[in-house]
Design a protein around this ligand. Structure first.
Ligand code: 3HC
Ligand code: NAI
Length: 698
């Protein structure tokens, strides 16, 4: 008998229970166990109907992703599903938690499905660069019609039980999965309801067979944001086979598409990202079993750009916030922006109409730091000056209850110095959110010298609770993300002095898959900030300075490296900028040359990777995958390239080290000399990934 799947009999009902923690993924053992138990239930004359259910926190959450790329082990999932669908006795999937990917495909091969009301059902394979490979693209359209099927399969987001019920994906919402499933089977048997095999039921795809535009319109809507990705398009094609081909042929074509994607570089990168994200929440050097401190109430200092966005993230997750400002006016402004923001989302249908009011009610806006009250976590998002931060943390010491975690959202400042302003440095750390903070998923958790392990765990846990992806980093200028970005910034600026134009540099970067190039990003953030800081420090950057002197501060003035039409955020190349660059170069006696796109790409990416190597060497990041997580979720690095360190491994570290050495010489820039760690790995023919494997083994 199987270790992970059991068959019991309750009178005439056979109960097949999968029990393979943590998420009942379809490993070879689970597939084999299901097959064995279903066969036994069919063979047992006392059993008239069957329930398939799961123990633990969830129904089957999909194929076992760790098996991909390894030699396949029998039985194959399609073989198991065919046995189930062919069963002469009714099989009911009883779902709780998440029925995802192969898990939903198992449920679709059952004759009926019921679920608890909190359950979620989906085919998220595209998010791993895949398409459903066990009949999902053929059975789901037959269950819910092609429009919703395309939305779920090409978009990858799950739906809730209520929507599943409305669209015929489940028959009933039940209280408990196993008991509800059993009761449902008894009802079927009493009513002698005929089996429903989705394979044989074309009723819901008939309309799209007659009018294919129903399908193509749905695909067009769902693939709008899929630039650069292969899987959404292949997944859409597979749904098309359900409409155009007989079931068995469609199934065969789906399988071919799946096998092609499993072997693709994109899917490898996306699967890597899935595990990198989960790995990042395991904090290096924190004793196992370290528990989070309870966090029931949060106080945020500063209702500006960041404080407001952070407050929204907490309220979105239902966590009450005290939002603190220095004056009524600033407070009113901050609260107003949040309200407008939510109302705009509600107007677009992104959140329910009553959500803005409900969420605003969770935010208590007040003036004066003495109101931090009983907060369990304080996040400071005031002006970026050490003196101001230290003053604020000094006061926090006085007003905040003992044991609360004290976090700073600083982008660059030294958390050790900030911690010195309090008598409880063990409670101080960084929680560096990214703008817009209610949207961007990354939270760099900055570990200072004295930060206590349970304070770190608290920050990482609460970050996940508000749907952020935490990555723990050490103290240094700019932490991981901005420190690497600064290297790209230096090169993009230098490229203008050599003859490249902003639009050429940005085009190379966006073609690579980043959402924006460095110059468009500068225009968005505002060029005056850097200009003022350069002036303070007595630094010159002739082109950027000239732009600011001409009043070109970026989007906010309608002109920067680009020009912007009124009300538009679309950057338009501006001949005036070209002229200004030419004049500056002439004045400085610089010679222009033609800079190739290949060179631009190398000079944008390789210096960042070089900095990543330094970051690893200094222990600022514990694992290369943590750096990748920072870039995936903080800067929109294209998921199908896995992250800068993963991508570097695929390019080859020797090549990167050689090119850096070349550019160091060619452009007379010692800063570009390959870092010792990069040089060493390159010489040994190794990858960054080999470091992670070595640290795991140790
Ligand atoms: N295979 C292998 N391991 C998996 C897994 C899977 N499908 N899903 C989750 N895990 C592991 C995670 O790596 C993690 O391991 P760790 O504790 O060692 O880090 C553990 O299970 C718990 O996962 P989470 O931390 O993500 O737990 P949550 O409770 O936050 O989320 C979940 C649970 C919603 C199920 C989430 O894990 C998830 O989205 N999983 C992936 C689902 C998915 O993509 N399924 C489709 C797979 S492809 C497929 O099915 C192909 C088919 O069509 C043939
Ligand atoms: P902001 O200027 O928009 O907001 C700062 C707010 O803090 C202002 O409303 C101000 O009135 C308030 N404030 C000042 N002193 C205060 C005090 N003692 N108590 C309560 N409130 C006080 O600035 P922004 O952009 O929100 O930045 C805040 C912090 O977040 C900075 O440390 C910044 O470096 C960091 N950060 C900024 C990002 C960005 O893109 N803007 C990204 C990530 C971090």
């Amino acid at each position: 008998m199987s270790e992970v799947v059991k068959l019991e009999r309750h009178d005439e009902v056979g109960i097949v229970t999968v029990n393979s923690p943590p998420v009942n993924a379809l490993s070879a053992a689970v597939r084999g166990g299901i097959l064995e138990c279903i066969k036994a239930a069919i063979a047992d004359p006392a059993i008239k109907g069957i329930v398939l259910t799961c123990a633990g926190r969830t129904f089957i959450a999909g194929a076992d992703i760790t098996e991909f790329g390894k030699p396949p082990k029998p039985p194959g999932l399609n073989e198991v599903l065919a046995e189930m669908e062919n069963s002469p006795k009714p099989i009911v999937a009883a779902i709780h938690g998440t029925a995802l990917g192969g898990g939903l495909e198992v449920a679709l091969a059952c004759h009926f499905r019921v679920a608890v009301k909190e359950a979620k059902l989906g085919l998220p394979e595209v998010k791993l660069g895949l398409l459903p490979g066990a009949g999902g693209t053929q059975r789901l359209p037959r269950a819910v019609g092609p429009e919703l099927a395309v939305k779920m399969i090409v978009g990858g987001d799950p739906i809730g039980a209520a929507e599943a019920l409305k669209n015929g994906l489940i028959e009933e919402i039940v209280e408990g999965p196993a008991s509800g499933g059993e009761a449902f089977v008894r009802k079927l048997l009493a009513e002698k309801r005929p089996l429903r095999r989705l394979r044989d039921d074309d009723s819901k795809i008939a309309a799209a067979k007659a009018d294919r535009s129903i399908f193509t319109n749905a695909v067009a809507a769902m693939t709008k944001k899929s630039r650069g990705l292969e899987a959404p398009f292949a997944a859409a094609d597979a749904v098309g086979y359900a409409i155009d081909l007989p079931f068995d042929e469609g199934l065969k074509k789906e399988r071919e598409g799946f096998l092609k994607l499993v072997a693709s570089d994109q899917s490898k990168a996306q699967r890597y990202a899935f595990f990198a994200e989960r790995e990042a929440s395991k904090i290096a050097g924190v004793p196992e079993g370290t528990k989070s401190r309870p966090v029931n109430r949060v106080a945020i200092l500063g209702a500006g750009t960041m404080g407001g966005g952070i407050a929204m993230s907490f309220a979105n997750a239902g966590i009450p916030v005290t939002l603190i400002e220095t004056g009524e006016e600033q407070l009113k402004r901050g609260m107003g922006i949040m309200q407008k923001n939510w109302e705009a989302t509600a107007a677009r249908g992104g959140i329910p109409a009553d959500a803005p009011a409900k969420r605003m009610a969770l935010i208590n806006g007040v003036v004066g730091i003495e109101n931090v009250g009983d907060a369990d976590l304080v996040i400071e998002a005031v002006f970026e000056t050490m003196a101001v931060k230290q003053e604020v943390f000094g006061k926090l010491d006085q007003y905040v209850k003992q044991g609360a975690v004290l976090a700073s959202n600083t982008s660059y400042l030294n958390i050790d110095e900030i911690a010195k302003a309090t008598k409880r440095p063990q409670d101080v750390l960084g929680m560096h959110f990214f703008s817009p903070a209610n949207v961007m998923k990354l939270c760099e958790i900055v570990r200072a010298d004295k930060t206590a392990p349970d304070a770190l765990v608290t920050a990482a846990t609460i970050a996940r609770k508000i749907a952020k992806v935490p990555a723990v980093v050490g103290v240094c200028d700019g932490f991981v993300g901005n420190r690497m970005l600064a290297q790209r910034g230096k090169q993009s600026e230098k490229l203008l002095f050599e003859g490249a134009l902003p639009q050429q540099v940005d085009a190379v970067v966006t073609k690579f898959g980043m959402p924006m190039g460095p110059f468009a990003m500068g225009d968005l953030a505002g060029l005056d900030i850097g200009w003022r800081s350069r002036k303070d420090r007595g630094i010159k950057s002739e082109i950027a300075d000239a732009l600011c002197e001409a009043g070109r501060f970026g989007q906010k003035t309608g002109k920067g490296y680009y020009k912007y039409e009124a009300g538009s955020r679309a950057p338009l190349p501006d001949p005036e900028v070209e002229k200004l660059i030419d004049e500056t170069l002439l004045r400085l006696g610089r010679k222009k040359r033609i800079v190739s796109d290949d060179e631009i790409l190398e000079r944008m990416m390789y210096p960042m990777i070089n900095e990543g190597a330094k970051i690893l060497e200094e222990g600022i990041a514990a694992r290369p995958s943590d750096i990748d997580v920072v870039w995936l979720y903080g800067y929109g690095w294209p998921i199908y390239r896995g992250g800068p360190m993963f991508w570097a491994d695929s390019v080859g570290l020797k090549h990167i080290a050689d090119r850096l050495a070349f550019y160091a010489k060619e452009t007379n820039d010692p800063n570009l000399e390959p870092a010792p760690l990069l040089k060493k790995l390159a010489a040994e023919g190794k990858t960054f990934a080999s470091l992670a494997a070595a640290s795991k083994a140790a």
